[in-house]
Design a protein around this ligand. Structure first.
Ligand code: WT7
Length: 653
């Protein structure tokens, strides 16, 4: 595990933060017995939460576990949109804001639960009129706007499966994802604003649509107050959202879905070049996202809750849409960049909207640190009462900065470990109960059995090893779309068929707190975004000049990890700066800007074992400027030496 960060040295000086009695007094989870109750009978624990949801038909069994597959609330009938919306309509929440949206250029839109319900029903009828039926796949490629959530919930209402693709992905990536699950409809927007520029999403989508035979209709949401720009609307295929919705009826009963019917597919990177379509089903996912939102974010009716994640990631699914809406929360969403027009944009909005619960990524916190404490200091952040982080390990220094400069020493911080695959938060402190330890994600959420194992599957009581989950949980992925073998091989083959392998290293302290050490596989975490090294390698070798490529992560102060690519070039091409730029552009074109290599290093050869395997560990050492590891198994040790020299000449080591 040479690619992991251990914060031990720093932790020696770091304090612990016991729960604040004032917070505990008002916390939803205020009794530590919740842990014991859940451990005594985890099925019963989840079942108790399931009872707080609205079911059209009760479940016959809580759990059917045929390792490595599990089914939850078997026989139950439920609808996700119903539990996010209709459930609240008979209560005073009906006239409360569900979403408050702010565009990058400052306009604000608010929709109440009643209004959101109406929009979702109308759009659900629109989808039906376009031929979408239960089980069909619908792709969503949108900026952060209320209609992205409307689109998701409209799919859920009629039992269509949504597949949201992050707006930063390239047309090629979008096309791959659409084709993998044969989406019938694509919902997109003319554009969105990012750092003062229009991101012309529909124009990007057009390039994908040349390669996606399954798509019959495209719905384009007009981003309010957007400046006009060239846009192609293909007669018969492309439709404006606002026109369709005008004519649609607001009467659309929610489809009773089987608890195990698929709610959505979300693609994520793995260790091969092909992203995995993670499949989430309905009942268990709803129960799990509801319970975690309720206890981890301690959501109250007067909270303004802001999770900064884009709807294109799982965090946007579970903790912008499905979790908080089931809790009847008011969710703030922001369209644009954190540094537009100024680097204090977030704090200015927290102050103006009176945000009380704030959830973001360590990479953002490190950027705020760099921009300076004087920026949050200018604003009234007294509305904040709880902070959270997700997406990557948070270094204690960033944790302390967040605690002091954003939480002003008053707010508990929940460091939440989970994954696209887990669907919901798995390891975290509970804000009214847990002693927070900077750098540690805390303990497993009640009902979750997490542990640390060594390669052979022996339990590591205290110390480092591999993170493992020993029991199924309601929001767990059910399979990989179209590839159940890959599901078994990736997640349930490391030890036995009952034990889930998340791909992370972890370390446990004497009190059972988990420190997450980062990925132990060939997956990078760049600014909280998950990128497979193989995906970037495939994008590189797709270029005519590239003979071979190996991609590794390098430690990076802001992004956590940065992408470093080692490339060997075909004989007739020269290793020029121009080629380097072109390759970088090529990766962006193939995958998207999030995969842009920070460095491309040309090399006449790559270090390989005698069996021809590229030795990434060595490349990581070179990229990080560390002393070289063991090279005795190399086919040609000279290659490494030469690579390191090239690298040091070029970049100063
Ligand atoms: C990977 C999952 C789940 C939301 C966003 C990312 C890393 C996630 C933490 C945390 C340390 C974390 C892990 C994990 N990760 N949260 N609190 N501390 N690492 O979802 O793209 O599926 O990535 O993100 O390495 O495996 P994702």
């Amino acid at each position: 595990m040479s690619n992991v960060t251990v914060f031990d040295d720093l932790l020696q000086e770091v304090r612990e933060f016991p729960p604040d009695p004032a917070f505990t007094a008002q916390a939803t989870a205020a009794d530590p017995a919740i842990y014991r109750r859940a451990a005594d009978d985890y099925e019963r624990f989840w079942e108790d939460h399931a009872r707080e949801l609205v079911w059209f038909q009760p479940w016959a069994r809580v759990l059917d576990w045929k390792p490595p597959h599990a089914q939850w609330f078997v026989g139950g009938k439920i609808n996700a949109a119903y539990n996010c919306l209709d459930k609240h309509l008979g209560t005073p929440r009906r006239n409360k804001a569900a979403f408050i949206w702010e565009g990058e250029n400052g306009e604000i839109r608010t929709v109440t639960y009643l209004q959101l319900h109406r929009d979702v029903c109308r759009f659900a009828n629109v989808l039906r009129s376009l031929g979408v039926t239960k089980g069909d796949r619908v792709a969503i490629y949108m900026p952060m706007m209320i209609e992205a959530a409307v689109a998701m919930l409209a799919c859920a209402r009629i039992g269509a499966i949504h597949s949201v693709v992050f707006g930063g992905f390239s047309p090629d990536s979008l096309a791959d994802r659409i084709n993998d699950s044969a989406c019938k409809v694509l919902i997109t927007a003319d554009g969105g604003w990012r750092r003062g520029n229009v991101l012309a999403l529909k124009n990007e989508a057009d390039k994908a649509l040349e390669q996606t035979p399954s798509v019959r209709h495209v719905v384009i949401v007009k981003r309010p107050h957007g400046e006009p720009f060239p846009l192609n609307v293909k007669e018969g295929r492309d439709h404006w959202y606002h026109r369709l919705i005008e004519q649609a009826s607001a009467d659309c009963p929610a489809e009773p879905m089987d608890a195990e019917d698929v709610l959505y597919i979300l693609y994520t990177s793995g260790t091969t070049g092909k992203p995995k379509g993670i499949v989430h089903t309905t009942g268990g996912y709803l129960v799990n996202t509801y319970a975690t939102s309720k206890y981890v974010f301690d959501l109250k009716d007067d909270d303004i809750y802001w999770c900064t994640a884009d709807i294109g990631w799982v965090t946007g699914h579970s903790y912008v849409v499905y979790g908080p809406l089931q809790c009847g929360a008011t969710v703030f969403i922001y369209e644009g960049a954190p540094n537009h027009p100024g680097q204090d944009r977030f704090w200015e909005m927290v102050a103006r909207h009176r945000v009380s619960v704030f959830y973001t990524a360590p990479t953002a916190i490190r950027a705020f640190m760099k921009w300076g404490r004087q920026l949050p200091a200018k604003h009234d952040l007294s509305s904040l009462r709880l902070l959270g982080t997700v997406g990557e390990p948070i270094n204690p220094e960033a944790w302390m900065w967040y605690h002091e400069n954003i939480g002003r020493g008053r707010c508990p911080i929940v460091d939440t470990w989970w994954q696209t695959e887990t669907g919901a938060i798995m390891i975290t402190g509970l804000p009214g109960l847990s002693t927070m330890k900077p750098g540690y994600a805390g303990t497993p959420f009640p009902g979750i059995e997490a542990t640390v194992l060594d390669e052979a599957g022996n339990e590591v009581k205290t110390g480092s090893g591999l993170l493992a989950i020993k029991k199924p949980w309601p929001a767990m992925l059910r399979t990989i779309w179209g590839d159940d073998e890959r599901y078994v091989a990736t997640y349930f083959s490391k030890w036995d068929k009952k034990t889930y392998f998340p791909g992370d290293g972890a370390k446990r302290d004497e009190k059972g707190n988990f420190m997450i050490l980062g990925r132990v596989d060939d997956v990078l975490n760049v600014a909280g975004h998950r990128i497979g090294t193989m995906e970037v390698e495939s994008a590189l070798v797709d270029h005519e000049a590239v003979a071979e490529a190996a991609v590794v992560g390098r430690n990076h102060d802001l992004k956590g990890q940065a992408i470093v690519a080692f490339v060997t070039v075909k004989g007739r091409f020269s290793m020029s700066d121009d080629l380097r730029k072109e390759l970088s552009r090529h990766v962006v074109k193939k995958i998207g800007a999030i995969a842009r290599p920070e460095e491309i290093i040309f090399s006449s050869d790559l270090p390989k074992t005698r069996s021809g395997k590229i030795m990434r560990r060595l490349l990581r050492d070179i990229a990080d400027g560390r002393a070289l590891g063991d090279t005795t198994t190399l086919a040609d040790p000279a290659v490494v030496e030469q690579l390191r020299e090239t690298y040091e000449e070029k970049y100063g080591g």
